[in-house]
Ligand binder design. Structure first.
Ligand code: SF4
Length: 295
C-alpha cells in the first residue's frame, strides 16, 4: 500500500530527490512561513477541512457554499461508503501490525460503527476482507525481509524499519486556515513522503492538492521539509485488489495552486458568496448535492 516498488524507489532516489535538491522550494512556500503571505490566510475567522479546500469535484466550489454557508448536509452514497470503510481497513490493519496487536479481520469487522457508513454491511464485507488480507500480507513480507537483514535488531526496531508510518496522524491545520483536527492518511517518516489514499477513483490532476496540503500543514507544525508526496489509488474489482501510485515532487507550482484553492474556498465561506453552478454537463449525478442543485 504505502510500500514503494523497486522501480518507484529508483524513481524517488534518482529523479525526484535530485530534482527537489536542484530546483528546491521557495522559502515563502514552506509551511513554516504560515505567518506571512502568501501562506498566511486572509480570513482568520473561517477554518475548513482539507477535503473542502482540495476537492475540485464541483468545478465552481458550490458544494463548499452549500455545506458551510447554507449548512446543508450532503447525501452520502455507496461510493462514499466504500471509501470510508476501506480507509478504515487500511489504517486499522496497519496500526494493528505496527502495534503488534492480535486483531484479525472478523474482530475488526464486528467493531465497525455502521451508523457512520452509508451502505449495507453485506455490500462492503468482501472488498474489506480482501484489502485487510492484502495489507497484512504486505506488512508481513516486508517485516520478514527486514528481519533477514538485521538478525540482531529488536522487534521494535524491525517494525520501525519495515513499516515507518505515521497512520491517521492527528494534526492541526489552524495556522493555514484549516480545521484543528486534521487526520493525514500516512506519512513515511524515514523517506519523508506524504501519502494520500484514494479509493475507486480515476486519477485526476487535482488529487495532488490534498497530499500537498498535508505536506504544508506538516511543515507548519513540525518545521521539517516534506518534498515528496504520493497518491495511492486503491481499487477492488472481480475479487482482486489493485494499487497504483502517483509519486511526485511537491513543487512551488503545486503549493501555489493549493494556496489559490484555499483562498478561493475561504472567501466563499467568509463572504457567504454563492459561486453559482457550472455547465450542467460538468455536474455528475454522483455529486452529493445533485438533488439540492437540480430538484
Ligand atoms: S450538482 Fe453541480 S453545482 Fe451542485 S454541488 Fe454538485 S457539482 Fe456543484
Amino acid at each position: 500500500m504505502y510500500f514503494l516498488s523497486d522501480i518507484e524507489q529508483k524513481y524517488l532516489l534518482y529523479q525526484l530527490l535530485p530534482t527537489a535538491r536542484d530546483v528546491g522550494v521557495n522559502k515563502e512556500l514552506r509551511g513554516w512561513s504560515w505567518h506571512q503571505p502568501p501562506l498566511k490566510p486572509y480570513y482568520d475567522n473561517v477554518k475548513l477541512p482539507m477535503y473542502a479546500v482540495c476537492s475540485k469535484y464541483c468545478p465552481t466550489g458550490r458544494d463548499v457554499y452549500l455545506r458551510y454557508v447554507a449548512k446543508i448536509l450532503p447525501v452520502l452514497n455507496s461510493k462514499v461508503a466504500l471509501g470510508k470503510i476501506i480507509h478504515g481497513v487500511v489504517s486499522d490493519c496497519l496500526r494493528a501490525f505496527i502495534r503488534r496487536c492480535n486483531l484479525d479481520f472478523d474482530s475488526w469487522w464486528s467493531s465497525v460503527r455502521w451508523s457512520e457508513i452509508p451502505d449495507k454491511p453485506e455490500n462492503l464485507r468482501e472488498p474489506s476482507r480482501l484489502v485487510w488480507e492484502f495489507v497484512y500480507k504486505l506488512c508481513e513480507a516486508r517485516l520478514a525481509e527486514v528481519s533477514s537483514r538485521q538478525p540482531y535488531a529488536s522487534e521494535l526496531d524491525l517494525i520501525a524499519s519495515a513499516a515507518p508510518f505515521l497512520v491517521e496522524h492527528k494534526i492541526s491545520g489552524e495556522l493555514l486556515g484549516l480545521s484543528g483536527i486534521l487526520s493525514l492518511d500516512c506519512y513515511d517518516y524515514l523517506k519523508a513522503i506524504m501519502f494520500d489514499l484514494k479509493v475507486a477513483s480515476e486519477p485526476q490532476e487535482w488529487h495532488r492538492l490534498s497530499p500537498v496540503g498535508y505536506a504544508l500543514v506538516f511543515e507548519s507544525i513540525h518545521e521539517v521539509p516534506v518534498d515528496v508526496c504520493c497518491i495511492v489509488y486503491l481499487d477492488v474489482k472481480d475479487g482482486k485488489v489493485s494499487v497504483r501510485r502517483d509519486l511526485f515532487f511537491a513543487s512551488d507550482e503545486l503549493r501555489q495552486w493549493w494556496i489559490e484553492e484555499r483562498d478561493r474556498k475561504l472567501e466563499i465561506v467568509a463572504e457567504g458568496k454563492d459561486p453559482g453552478m457550472p455547465e450542467r454537463s460538468q455536474c455528475s449525478e454522483d455529486c452529493m448535492y445533485f438533488k439540492v442543485c437540480y430538484e
